[in-house]
Design a protein around this ligand. Structure first.
Ligand code: NDP
Length: 305
């Protein structure tokens, strides 16, 4: 039987509608407008696209968007001073510093300068510790999106065997913590893991966050398992011909070889249109959650872990 396609794009649209509904109620009932500040240092083209998209979707949901674009040679002191101002600004409920930062800036120092209550990316060391100890925290957006998709598809995840491939601080580790929080039995695999295929073949859930195009193939997957593909990789697509610049056109693929995995899995997220759209939707959800917490209001249901 063909795998169910987990429609992250559609689900992200539903999350955005819920966020917009909460924002409207916060305005109507409490005179509050959730605000998200995004800080971009330098002119990395991919980062510029992300920041534009985040700003657009923030405004579309009725929230306030504050964009701060700084020169690539901005000093650490100036960046920290901006973060201090945003921390103190009551109109700003969420602060996101777009990564990667230029090499002369210490990412850990900068992220840990953000007020943890406004850390909508969930990367501050306090939020990492709160998540690891099962306490209320700001949860990193991409793994939160994966968790929402898994819960929507399965209902309860309790007792399921999950393998997370990748141990980065932004995806792999928080993903494993979230699955553990939902009482999965979790294995984290990485570049030094032995018999990774065998581990995956025993898993009810495989989350691939590796950054290697189509690494996971159908013969790694247990029949009926759920595959969450976080990877975003651009590869040459000679079948699409060449562009105006004479270069071979490209296409996006995940860390999982879609066709062979979909032939075996019970459910799978496509790339594009799976996990990707959930990330910004969860950023918006985190901003509303941060606004509610800052004002002592009940948090919106279903938008947090
Ligand atoms: P990182 O490069 O930070 O981490 C990759 C992880 O994969 C590392 O833990 C690494 O192991 C592991 N790894 C590398 N090669 C192998 C291998 N051959 N076998 C097993 N494990 C391996 O990447 P990120 O976590 O930041 O991102 C992962 C992917 O997710 C990327 O494609 C990225 O573009 C995508 N992404 C997508 C997002 C979205 O919104 N959909 C958001 C964020 C990321 P080790 O630690 O041993 O080196």
């Amino acid at each position: 039987m063909a795998a169910t396609i987990i429609d992250g794009k559609g689900f992200a649209g539903t999350i955005r509608e819920q966020v917009a509904g909460h924002v409207a109620r916060l305005k109507e009932d409490h005179g509050l407008t959730p605000g998200l500040a995004v800080v971009l240092v330098g002119e990395d083209p991919a980062s510029q696209v992300y920041v534009r998209s985040k700003g657009k979707q923030t405004v579309e949901c009725g929230m306030a968007s504050f964009e701060h674009k700084l020169e690539a040679d901005t000093s650490e002191a100036d960046l920290l001073a901006l973060i201090a101002r945003l921390n103190a600004d009551p109109a700003v409920h969420g602060i996101l510093v777009q990564l990667p930062l230029p090499g002369h800036l210490d990412e850990d120092l900068v992220i840990n300068a953000i007020d943890p209550a406004k850390d909508v990316d969930g990367f501050h060391i306090s939020n990492v510790g709160l998540l690891a100890t099962g306490q209320k925290s700001m949860v990193p957006c991409t793994p939160l999106g994966c968790l929402m998709l898994l819960r929507a598809h399965h209902g309860r995840l309790s007792g399921m065997n999950a393998v997370v491939i990748g141990r980065s601080n932004i995806v792999g580790k928080p993903m494993a913590q979230l699955l553990l929080g939902d009482s999965c039995t979790v294995t984290i695999a990485h570049s030094r893991t032995r018999d990774i295929q065998e581990l995956c073949r025993r898993a009810d859930i495989v989350v691939a966050a590796v950054g290697r195009a189509e690494m996971v193939t159908g013969d790694w997957i247990k029949p009926g398992a759920t595959v969450i593909d976080v990877g975003i990789n651009r590869i040459d697509a000679p079948e699409k011909g060449t562009g105006e610049d004479g270069r071979v056109k490209t296409r996006l693929v995940g860390d999982c070889e879609y066709d062979s995995c979909a032939a075996v899995a019970g459910a799978i997220t496509p790339v594009p249109g799976g996990v990707g759209p959930m990330t910004i939707a969860c950023l918006l959800a985190n901003t509303v959650t941060a606004c509610c917490r800052a004002n002592g209001l009940a948090e919106p249901e279903g938008l947090t872990a």
